[in-house]
Ligand binder design. Structure first.
Ligand SMILES: NC(=O)CCC(=O)C(=O)O
Length: 265
């Protein structure tokens, strides 16, 4: 990493619904592949609910107890290879239910942030099986002031605005966003980048579970709202470099944060 520049690798994976063993193995092999890129990544990002997919009817049995297995695997990898990981999200079992949870790891493999999805998605019955989170996803990841949201959360602009007001310059968004809403996916992510003048790094899954098709199209969007990298609909690793200095430059050219009038809204 040269000062302010970060190399990203987004693991756009096909998740096998209700098959944690296969998904943990897939993540391990994709992590290894990400290291073979021309330049080693600084941050690796995974998609939403990658351990189980939306196997909600069995989620109590399948979810990772206390996130132990996930933390062990991702922490060991990040420590061994000196990379930061935004570990997508997993179904995590706790005493008070199952949560849709992100863990973020620094280069030493320490958990430096976690976030439970706040907005549960009724169209996929999340609210019937999962518990909502109780805090926002501010994240200090090494030198990066960041925020975390999960999939449906991008429909709620107040949340990303709050993260930006708290200092976030990069927003990480693991997702399982299906057909036919590619237009919403791209537009909402670009809007979050433009209005908050921040990078948006969104890792979607691909493949099909039952009738539901996931189109991939993981995205890296700069603080002008320009798409700087976009996947197709197949499994693979999307790489991009981002320059954090661009956030300050854009914010100084159009001083949105200075011009806000919060007394009116
Ligand atoms: N997993 C999700 O939260 C899906 C959200 C989604 O598809 C949407 O349209 O919103």
């Amino acid at each position: 990493m040269t000062k302010g520049t970060l190399r990203l690798a987004l693991l756009q994976m096909d998740i096998q619904i209700g098959q944690p063993e296969l998904n943990f193995a897939k993540v391990e092999s994709m992590l290894q592949k990400a290291l073979k890129a021309e330049e080693k990544p600084d941050v690796i990002v995974l998609p939403e609910m990658w351990n189980t997919g939306y196997a909600l009817d069995q989620i109590g049995e399948l979810a990772d107890e206390g996130g132990q297995r996930t933390k062990q695997q991702l922490s060991a990898f990040s420590r061994e290879h000196g990379v930061m990981i935004v570990g997508g999200s997993i179904a995590e079992k706790r005493e008070n239910g199952v949560f849709n949870t992100i863990y973020a790891f620094d280069r030493q493999g320490e958990v430096v942030g976690d976030y439970d999805k706040i907005h549960l998605f009724r169209l996929m019955d999340e609210e019937k099986h999962l518990q909502p989170g109780g805090k926002i996803g501010s994240l200090q990841l090494g030198e990066i002031d960041a925020g975390m949201m999960i999939c449906y959360d991008i429909r709620f602009p107040e949340l990303s605005r709050k993260l930006a007001l708290g200092g976030a310059k990069v927003l990480f968004v693991p997702a399982e966003w299906p057909n036919p809403r590619l237009h919403h996916w791209r537009t909402l992510l670009q809007a979050r980048a433009i209005e908050n003048q921040m990078y948006v790094v969104a890792c979607n899954r691909c493949g099909q579970s039952g009738e539901t098709v996931f189109f991939g199209h993981s995205l890296v969007i700069d603080p002008w709202g320009e798409i700087i990298a976009e996947s197709g609909d197949q499994e693979g690793i999307l790489t991009a470099s981002i320059d954090l200095a661009l956030v300050d430059e854009v914010r100084s050219r159009i001083p949105v944060f200075e011009d806000r009038r919060p007394s009116f809204y």
